[in-house]
Ligand binder design. Structure first.
Ligand code: SF4
Length: 492
């Protein structure tokens, strides 16, 4: 049996932040489930533990939820044939809140008094535990340990009448980060939390409407990008068209705190967020890094794959040649579904190997996206030294990662983050480099197109670099206010 806690893609790689989910939905396309499977395939990087699709054919809802990759489970015609209908939603999962297990695989489906309803969620509800206890006291019986199920119970127990009003009622109860896609018998609904922490975009394919976590999921099916779902916006798609609702008033979009780490690492480089190419941002990050933290060296080497665009930007700005001094084995882990301890202890060598021809005798600048626990950096630096590097200088394409994420990203607790317990000099000593430098927070903001970070009202969520956690609390009248997450008592 597959070891669910160590997916093949992640073998030997517990030293990254992991995006927790990707969502996709389509309304009005005859092959909705097949399009959804393709969309989930493009969003595979956002979650590899499990995938699911729920479709509606005008009469009944059909759901397939499986552990494993999209390719493993949704390429068979027989599976797609079990998902008939012109509307469907899908979800890729990388578990943290609620843990692994079939019952937590999304979309989650419920039969309400007014008909069936399915939901898929990217994000993390910071008050889910409080809400769950309250709902359980009132008689709700939870089928999963996922925070997403809380949304279903809030909708089911809402005193409002029409479905959309019940969903809005639920949104006013939940806090934290969410990009949701939902289907009912008549509607596809997409919505983002008032801060727009996690992404969600709208597309169009031959008159059918698509919602997806990233634009790369539109590209794979040939859909046209229409626009982003705005922070705090709910789009309701029916046979009559698209209706845009603002459950939190107009404030939501003005207080956008989109996750800046999407640009650094999570998003696919061919995606576009907030009108800006992720690839171009990463190149600009590398250029900023070269200007802020220059170094005399012979070759710029990316830690593949996520360090590649920033290393290109660093090389262009510094004039130091770029070369592939570390080669990644893209098939790692597919062979080692349940690695033995001895194989796991090989760690990073399963995935990376130093390219001696590029490195030997050189002063090397290694460019990586971030340092989390530091274990991977330590091994990679040693590998580069073993391959004959004369000097190793590490340049990191983000500020030091000092704090955990509570918004739908799997991160180690703060005490396990190297930058939370060591100075930069200590980190350099620990990973055994000749020099170590990080991009400044303002450098990161410049790379995404801002002049600098607005410390009074930051333009992005950057809490894992600053400890400045945003969240929105919304009262029953729809008034929202931004507060520090640390004020909340039940952070999950
Ligand atoms: Fe993104 Fe970091 Fe904020 Fe989490 S804490 S949403 S990873 S910027």
């Amino acid at each position: 049996m597959m070891n669910f806690t160590t997916h093949p893609f992640d073998a030997g790689d517990d030293d990254r932040f992991h995006e927790e989910c990707g969502v996709f939905g389509v309304f009005g396309a005859q092959n909705a489930a097949a399009l959804t499977a393709l969309g989930l395939h493009a969003l595979q990087h956002r979650g590899q533990e499990a995938a699911g699709i729920c479709a509606f054919d005008g009469t009944q809802f059909s759901t397939e939820r499986h552990v494993g990759l999209v390719d493993d489970n949704f390429t068979k015609p027989s599976v797609i044939a079990r998902l008939p209908g012109d509307r469907a939603i899908g979800h890729n999962r990388y578990s943290t809140t609620g843990g692994a297990g079939i019952r937590n695989i999304q979309p989650l489906f419920a039969e309400f008094a007014g008909g069936g309803f399915a939901v898929a969620h990217n994000g993390n509800l910071t008050n889910a535990m409080t809400l769950q206890k309250e709902l359980q006291r009132r008689g709700s019986i939870f089928q999963s340990t996922s925070d997403t199920e809380t949304i279903l119970h809030l909708i089911a127990t809402s005193s409002r009448g029409p479905l959309v009003d019940r969903v809005i009622d639920a949104l006013h109860r939940i806090e934290g980060a969410y990009s949701l896609v939902c289907i009912s018998e008549k509607k596809l609904i997409g919505c983002r939390d008032p801060l727009g922490i996690r992404p969600l975009v709208l597309g169009d394919i031959n008159g059918a409407t698509v919602v997806a976590s990233e634009t790369c999921a539109l590209d794979i099916i040939g859909a046209r990008f229409v626009r982003e779902v705005e922070p705090g916006e709910m789009v309701v798609i029916t046979e009559d068209g698209i209706e845009s609702l603002r459950p939190f008033g107009a404030q939501g979009s003005q207080r956008s705190r989109f996750c800046i780490f999407e640009y650094v690492y999570f998003a696919r480089p061919d995606s576009v967020h907030k009108g800006t190419s992720v690839y171009n941002v990463r190149k600009r990050i590398g250029a900023e890094l070269a200007r802020e933290m220059p170094v005399d060296a012979d070759v710029v080497v990316p830690v593949p794959d996520s360090g590649v665009p920033s290393a290109i930007g660093f090389a262009e700005a510094s004039g130091i040649p770029f070369d592939l001094g570390i080669i990644r084995n893209h098939y790692v882990g597919r062979t080692f579904i349940e690695p033995s301890d001895s194989i796991r202890n090989m760690g990073v060598k399963l995935k990376h190997n130093a390219n001696r021809a590029v490195i030997a005798g050189k002063r090397v600048v290694l460019v990586d996206d971030s340092i989390v626990r530091g274990t991977t950096s330590l091994k990679i630096v040693q590998m580069v030294r073993d391959a004959g590097a004369r000097e190793v200088h590490m340049r990191i394409a983000s500020p030091p990662t000092t704090d955990s994420c509570f918004y739908g990203v799997d991160t180690p607790e703060k005490g396990k983050l190297l930058a939370s317990r060591m100075s930069i000099a200590e980190m350099a000593n620990y990973i055994n480099v000749d020099s170590l430098s990080f991009l400044s927070i303002d450098g990161l903001y410049r790379a995404v197109g801002e002049a600098r970070r607005n410390n009074e009202m930051p333009q992005y969520c950057d809490a894992c670099f600053t400890g400045d956690y945003p969240t929105v609390l919304t009262d029953r009248n729809g008034n929202s206010n931004v507060r520090q997450l640390s004020l909340l008592s039940d952070v999950s």
